[in-house]
Design a protein around this ligand. Structure first.
Ligand SMILES: Cc1ncc(COP(=O)(O)O)c(C=O)c1O
Length: 704
């Protein structure tokens, strides 16, 4: 008898049967921490026979590891002292279509388990948790076979409760009468192998139920007395692999002959309480709409939370290691939700660093992109396109400026703005050639190119990439006096993020930006506002500068300008600034391409009436109010504006990355920055309820 995880390598299915297809499952299991036999509520239990707790735990662990080795997710329910039978998680309830029905136990010895399971369902994120008025013992007596439920009665579950379960699940419930007290739950006498196939032990059922079963399942595998007496039918199948006791060789070979792959285990210590493999396993069936229709592997949705396999590792051996992503591998996305390759859904609270302001695959943006894909995608700027001028005209109007220089990435827009500022300094301001200086802020993040990292004070962005581009002076963010002191006759521009994003959503002191504006005006210096992350609706205004009634000379825009579809960036300024560029002095093959222009134009059009901005402002108030509840309870500070929030986590609770990993386990995606800060920048399509849902998960993630 072995306790090691069995070899679960896939062998070809026996011919003569339909291919047996495994579906990845999600299970709840309760460890046998408090398992003993101190009372007898079924014929298997004998309080005078001791239980070897270590052995029980080892056997249970082996079962859990087996499921995980098969690629299933196991969620652990906390065992409670005084409730030895809680290890039989299948009796704790029934979870169908993302909805849980908590058990109501027959015997007072087990009654308290119901509350623990009901609470667990809720904390696991199952939104609908029902309680029945009638007695029923969950999956012990309700076995889902395809689109119906076979239901046992006779010893535990009351027959009237069958109708209640039918009403709650919307599935037909077929009543089966159990007549042998050894087979007191249906799952002790009947095992479900796949959507159509069952195995059962006929003598456990009344004659009428036997007839019914024979009619419904003429191809069923029939278990022998010997199979039944070791609870051989108390098995768990994923549609292909059948995890079952090692003590029922006849049943095992029948199951194998039917094309399934039995994986046998010893769970004999748990048999002392009258339960086997199925009794220890409660299946968590996701909401139907959470299933990834394109995938053959329906998985848990947002209602059922777990640790997806892909949260354990995401090997990308051929991808350069310049990022340390959360181990979530996205496959599809819509609105505010991302679905990973295993079908798990996550509420996206990062929004690709604000590049997905309008939601994943926003229909209006996708329609514009699709239409343009079918017309014209790229000309380079060697020729014109019918998309470029309308896009630039609309964007210039949104910014109340004259001209637009279209580029691709954010860093390119910033680089371009720096070039424009230098050229303006020499051509217009009269700064001596090569002497231009640009003032930047401490803690800045403007991209990753050599010039940009040259003025970064983030060592990991800068170290090892010298020699650096000269001509930049850095002063502390928020310090007007330092900026005033840094301005010289050679200063051509000040470059600031109105709210610093990567630094942790740092909102400057109230008078800062207006004072910067005044300094720039007074000293004939261009004010460049990098609104690549803060702009285009994120903070509740079109531009973050508007919170302080500040109009910069130059905007750099990016991220959301591409509608979450492709990189689109721009420098926007008046003609006396951008007009310094002449043909041949700057360019980009892809900048302003027709596809990008069509998408960017759609984004600008969408922002025209202020609806998105108002939405971000309203929902942002709610988000911030809810997040502030945590200050003093694991969160040290909350900052930001609109749907953009930075939170400093109490380092005692973990690093920002650890909290983000836990959040991902609770189906929320957010990203850390600077060790203990987390930022939330959900797509602006997020709803009030989804924010509340995220807040619940955040509370759980903080708890650890
Ligand atoms: C304010 C700001 N500027 C520039 C950039 C660089 O944009 P990209 O990554 O598209 O080059 C970023 C990116 O996070 C940013 O937040």
């Amino acid at each position: 008898m072995t306790l090691t995880t069995p070899d679960v390598s896939v062998r070809p299915a026996t011919t003569g049967f339909p291919a047996r297809v495994a579906r990845t499952r999600s299970y709840a299991m309760t460890p046998p921490t408090h398992f003993t036999v101190t009372y007898a509520i079924n014929p298997w239990m004998n309080p005078s026979v001791g239980v070897d707790s270590d052995r029980a735990m080892a056997q249970w662990e082996c079962l859990r590891r087996t499921y995980e080795a098969l690629g299933h997710t196991v969620h652990t329910v906390d065992a409670q002292p005084g409730l030895p039978d809680m290890v039989y998680a299948a009796n704790g309830g029934l979870v169908v279509d993302g909805t849980a029905i908590a058990a109501r136990f027959t015997f007072p010895e087990r009654a308290a388990e119901a509350g623990h399971y009901a609470r667990w369902f809720r904390t696991a994120g199952i939104r609908q948790v029902h309680q029945t008025t009638g007695v029923q013992e969950g999956e012990g007596d309700f076995l889902v076979v395809g689109d119906r439920i076979l239901a046992g009665t006779g010893f535990r579950t009351h027959p009237d409760t069958h109708a209640e379960i039918a009403a709650l699940t919307g599935l037909p419930v077929i009543t089966l009468d159990l007549v042998d007290p050894r087979f007191y739950h249906l799952d002790t006498a009947l095992g479900v192998l796949d959507e159509r196939t069952i195995a059962y032990y006929p003598p456990a059922f009344s004659a009428a139920s036997r007839r019914l079963l024979a009619e419904l399942h003429p191809d069923a595998i029939i278990a022998t007395d010997a199979d039944a007496q070791v609870l051989g039918l108390n098995l768990v199948s994923d549609g292909r692999h059948v995890v079952m006791t090692d003590a029922a060789p006849h049943l095992e070979s029948q199951i194998r002959r039917a094309g399934f792959e039995p994986i046998t285990l010893d769970l004999s210590e748990l048999l002392k309480g009258g339960g086997g493999i199925k009794c220890c396993t409660l299946e968590l069936r996701p909401a139907a709409d959470a299933r990834q229709s394109a995938s053959e592997e329906p998985m848990t949705g947002p209602n059922i939370i777990g640790t997806p396999r892909h949260l354990e590792s995401s090997p990308e051996p051929h991808v350069a290691h310049n990022y340390s992503p959360l181990p979530v591998v996205a496959a599809t996305a819509e609105g505010a939700w991302i679905t990973d390759v295993d079908g798990y859904r996550y509420l996206d609270c990062l929004g690709a660093y604000s590049a997905v302001n309008f939601g994943h695959r926003n229909p209006e943006i996708v329609a514009a992109a699709t239409e343009q894909l079918h017309r014209l995608t790229l000309t380079s700027r060697a020729f014109g396109s019918d998309q470029l001028e309308p896009f630039c005209a609309a964007l210039a109007a949104l910014c109340e400026k004259d001209l637009v220089l279209p580029m691709n990435t954010g860093a390119e827009a910033v680089e371009s703005a720096l070039k424009v500022a230098r050229k303006w300094g020499y051509d217009v301001k009269g700064v001596p050639a090569g002497a231009a200086e640009i003032i930047v802020a401490g803690g800045n993040f403007h991209g990753r190119t050599i010039s940009i990292i040259s003025f970064s004070d983030d060592d990991s962005a800068r170290d090892g990439f010298g020699p650096y581009t000269p001509g930049f002076v850095r002063v502390p963010f928020g310090d007007v006096d330092a900026m005033a002191a840094a301005i010289t006759d050679h200063t051509v521009a000040v470059l600031v993020e109105p709210i610093q994003g990567e630094a942790g959503i740092i909102v400057p002191p109230e008078g800062y930006l207006p004072a910067v504006r005044r300094l720039c005006t007074d000293h004939d210096v261009l004010m460049i506002a990098d609104e690549i992350q803060s702009g285009l609706g994120r903070t509740g205004k079109t531009f973050a500068c508007q919170h302080w009634d500040v109009v910069p000379d130059v905007y750099t825009l990016g991220k959301a300008l591409g509608g979450g579809v492709l990189p689109v960036s721009a420098v926007v300024a008046d003609a006396d600034v951008l007009g310094v560029l002449h043909p041949g002095e700057h360019g980009s093959t892809f900048g302003g391409n027709p596809l990008a222009a069509a998408v960017g134009h759609t984004v600008v059009r969408m922002l025209a009436d202020g609806t998105w901005q108002a939405r971000a402002a309203d929902l942002g108030e709610h988000l911030h109010a809810r997040l502030r509840e945590f200050v003093g309870h694991g969160v040290l500070a909350v900052r930001g504006k609109g749907l953009w929030a930075g939170l400093d986590i109490d380092p005692q609770l973990g690093t920002g990355k650890e909290i983000c990993l836990r959040l991902a386990q609770w189906s929320v995606l957010a990203k850390d920055t600077h060790s203990s800060t987390i930022r939330f920048a959900p797509p602006l399509v997020i709803t009030h309820d989804e924010i509340d849902w995220m807040i619940e998960r955040f509370a759980l993630a903080l708890r650890g």
